[in-house]
Design a protein around this ligand. Structure first.
Ligand SMILES: *Cc1c(COP(=O)(O)O)cnc(C)c1O
Length: 376
């Protein structure tokens, strides 16, 4: 028997999806330009790892390239290979996670720039350059206190064997642990460490700061900045007003409305009980879409038709659905098929994050695969 229906990729969600995720590419460009004005003659790269924090690496990178961004950072080699398919060799693609064993040929083939994170990676890249008698572009990372990636203080002696003639690094970098807390003493300590290790590689461009480091001021800027979250609307200066433009609006479709009496409960676990007769709207977004169950009974939503009235989330967020209180809206104002915004200007990622003790980064990168992503 022949199969009458053509194969459809089950991970593809289109106009029939339960929710729309609007991604404002123009706002990302505005954010990029704003960050560039903060750093004077230094350059802003764009960090587009993790699918541009969930917003779509390809459309985001193409847009930023058009806006003048020349340098991009990803975490994984595979991300770099994918990105290279839309950016020609004039654009530098740095791979933060370094040089996996036996990956040298792929880095050359796709013209990717590894960030070398230990002495072994440095030796292997230098060997490659020696074999080909060519200084292929690569960055070198030093650990200046985070105890994560990069050549540690304990390995600095091993660097004496390098004369940096066969292989000439194109970037020396490190990463700040506490840049979002300006008064944290680690910022000054890491800056001083970085200035010291940077001298080991003379005449090399340097990069220390990501989004929050840009706001620490000029001493932290060096030659290249590596913003990620600020491009996507996250607040790089927590505890102060967000200087960035909001980028996303997540709007779920109402799939059912209910009128319930005083005393009725709502959702799994009966965690909410109506204190009066109420009107509810069930929306097609749940924790399987990265809208955390921890938001249950905590956040609020908005109807684009009635932007002045916050609509509280009632009861537990289920796998595929959540409930909002529409009692305060005019009777029958909202119908099945109407949209409710659960993330956006009224409730930005950082506010959501605060409710459940996490950071905007996690909200963004958790954004689900079942949304219809619409770029504008
Ligand atoms: C993720 C990452 C960035 C971007 O950080 P944001 O805080 O999102 O700006 C920059 N540099 C490194 C090494 C990273 O891992």
């Amino acid at each position: 028997m022949s199969q009458p229906y053509p194969f459809v990729d089950p991970t593809l969600f289109t106009q029939n999806a339960g929710a729309e995720l609007y991604i404002d590419l123009a706002a990302i460009v505005q954010n990029y330009r704003y960050l560039q004005t903060k750093v004077g003659s230094a350059h802003c790269a764009a960090v587009v790892k993790a699918n541009a924090y969930g917003l779509g690496m390809i459309p985001v990178a193409k847009t930023l390239a058009k806006a003048g961004c020349k340098e991009f950072f990803v975490a994984h080699l595979d991300e770099g290979i994918a990105l290279r398919s839309v950016l020609d060799k004039d654009y530098t693609i740095y791979v933060l996670h370094g040089l996996p064993i036996n990956s040298e040929a792929l880095f050359l083939k796709y013209h990717l720039t590894p960030i070398l994170n230990d002495i072994d990676q440095l030796c292997r890249w230098t060997q490659l350059c020696t074999d080909h008698n060519h200084s292929y572009s690569a960055g070198v990372q030093f650990d200046t206190g985070m105890s994560r990636f990069g050549i540690g203080q304990d390995s600095l002696n091993d660097l004496q064997q390098f004369n940096w003639t066969i292989f000439k690094p194109s970037l020396v970098m490190s990463h700040l642990a506490c840049a979002d807390v300006p008064e944290h003493p680690a910022n000054q300590q890491q800056l001083e460490q970085f200035q010291a290790v940077k001298r080991l590689i003379p005449n090399c461009r340097a990069s220390l700061s990501a989004s929050s480091g840009i706001f620490l001021g000029k001493p932290w800027h060096f030659d290249l900045l590596r913003p990620g979250v600020a491009l996507y609307g996250g607040n790089p200066t927590p505890n102060q007003p967000n200087p960035m433009h909001n980028v996303i609006s997540l709007q779920g479709t109402i799939i059912q409305t209910r009128h319930i009496p005083h005393g009725a409960f709502v959702g799994y676990g009966a965690t909410f009980t109506a204190t009066k007769a109420m009107n509810l709207a069930w929306i097609s977004i749940g924790y399987a879409d990265g809208f955390f169950r921890a938001f249950s009974n905590k956040t609020s939503a908005i109807s684009p038709q009635f932007p002045g009235t916050p609509l509280a989330l009632l009861g537990r967020v289920a796998m595929d659905s959540l409930c909002v209180d529409i009692t305060d809206l005019p009777q029958s104002a909202l119908q099945v098929g109407d949209k409710i915004e659960v993330i956006g200007n009224h409730y930005p990622i950082d506010h959501l994050a605060q409710q459940v003790d996490t950071i905007g980064y996690e909200i963004l990168t958790a954004l689900g695969k079942r949304y219809h992503r619409i770029y504008r």
